[in-house]
Ligand binder design. Structure first.
Ligand code: MN
Length: 321
């Protein structure tokens, strides 16, 4: 019988990669019911979709992950069979090696096969993050599509907003009188950018509506989370994107959520990278103003804690330092 893992082995050097590279020999016998989806931060972010079948993991690479809506099919590039041991692999493949980058297990579980031919693979997934009926079918050589056969995962999901107008603060001379009803942030004095991230490189739009350059790697850092962010490049280096608001997350528009709640959700994303940071928010306006003065920043922005992300109701105030 042909060596099913021949291609897999030929692409890897067992001394250089932490991935399992089993010796040649008889394949293990499984129950053909395990699936794994690995989030792979390779040169291009993708999700590896693997189904245990006849002693190997039959594999596809999904640049946009598993679709959660039957109206949207996703590309699934057929890749080489992987050893069964790979189902539990997570780790860092060294740069320069095949598939260099971080591998995380995104979901794992069991599946049932409804049909399996060269033209059609129909399955039912039972995972933690993804469940339901799916079909994979080839369209052109190695290129397959994956289609969800069940109803949408979230039928009432909000569409991702496409053209958010950034809320602009109004210039004021003094701190608000009811100081404890506001959160306080530094004004960074740089370029305002709204960032749209949808499983891949982020799309940046400037305040005037023109497309801009997004920090490299930011969209990928969000993994499978779909999000819209508001922030500003710092004036000092013009390089670091300070993120201070979250306007959409995982099928939910947050535009009508209070500032306090949006900040809290933003914090859970833990966004911190080589060219972006989560901007801090404070409750002591006077101290922030003092710190802004010391750091040579133009001012601070007071934001009403219960304010939605709406220009007429947000109540943002720009106060010089
Ligand atoms: Mn991969």
């Amino acid at each position: 019988m042909a060596d099913k893992l021949g291609t897999y082995r030929s692409k890897r050097d067992a001394r250089r990669t932490p991935e399992p590279v089993p010796d040649k020999g008889p394949l293990p016998e499984g129950r053909d019911d395990t699936f794994v989806i690995q989030e792979h931060h390779a040169r291009r972010l993708h999700w590896d979709f693997r189904l245990e079948r006849d002693g190997v993991l039959v594999s596809w690479a999904l640049p946009r992950g598993v679709p959660d809506d039957p109206k949207v099919n996703h590309l699934a590039v057929h890749t080489e069979d992987h050893p069964l041991e790979y189902a539990s692999f997570a780790g860092e493949i060294p740069q320069g090696e095949y598939g260099g980058g971080q591998v995380k297990i995104w979901d794992r579980g069991t599946y049932e096969t409804e049909k399996w031919t060269d033209r059609e693979v129909k399955i039912v997934l039972h995972g933690t993050r993804v469940s339901g009926r799916y079909v994979l079918f080839p369209t052109n050589g190695k290129n397959w599509m994956i289609h969800r056969m069940d109803p949408p995962v979230s039928p009432d999901a909000d569409p991702m907003p496409e053209d958010v107008r950034p809320v602009e603060p109004e210039p004021r001379k003094r701190l608000p009188q009811r100081r404890d009803e506001y959160g306080y942030e530094f004004a960074w004095g740089g370029r305002r950018l709204i960032m749209y991230a949808e499983r891949g490189p982020a799309r940046a739009v400037a305040a005037d509506g023109r497309p801009a350059k997004a920090p490299r790697g930011l969209g990928e850092a969000l993994g499978s989370s779909r999000a819209v962010l508001d922030g500003e490049l710092t004036a000092t280096d013009g390089e670091t994107y300070m993120i201070f608001d979250l306007l959409y997350l995982e099928g939910r528009s947050l535009l009508d959520e209070p500032y306090e709640r949006r900040r809290q959700l933003l914090g859970t994303l833990g966004l911190s990278g080589p060219h972006w940071q989560t901007a801090p928010s404070f409750d002591d306006g006077e101290a922030v103003r003092e710190a802004a003065r010391e750091q040579g920043l133009p001012g601070i922005v007071a934001k009403r804690l219960d304010g939605p992300y709406r220009q007429d109701k947000a109540d943002w105030r720009l106060i010089p330092s």
